[in-house]
Ligand binder design. Sequence first.
Ligand SMILES: [Zn+2]
Length: 106
Amino acid sequence: MILPLQPLWIVIGIGLWFLLFLLVTGIIIVGVVWWVINSNSDSADAEPTGDPTATSKDDATVTDPVCGMTVETETASAEADYHGDPYHFCSEICKDQFKEDPEQYL
Ligand SMILES: [Zn+2]
């Protein structure tokens, strides 16, 4: 007849582990809920900032008259003026070719 005496410390041990489990689970749930609420408000704030009025990007590209490459005017490797018009080139090589005989490329 040892059976009825045996479970007391096991019950206490399981009870403690169960309380610890509840505590950890509660913290995790609160953390997840907090994170979901925060990330929702973040994405709600982020949506209007992706605003479609930024139209100036595409205006900054021109075609290299020598090789036909698309060149960004901001980052063009070489520039030249011919009859007052600015021309942009992908490289100094294209610019030199253009300067040798501009009429050929216009
Ligand atoms: Zn080129």
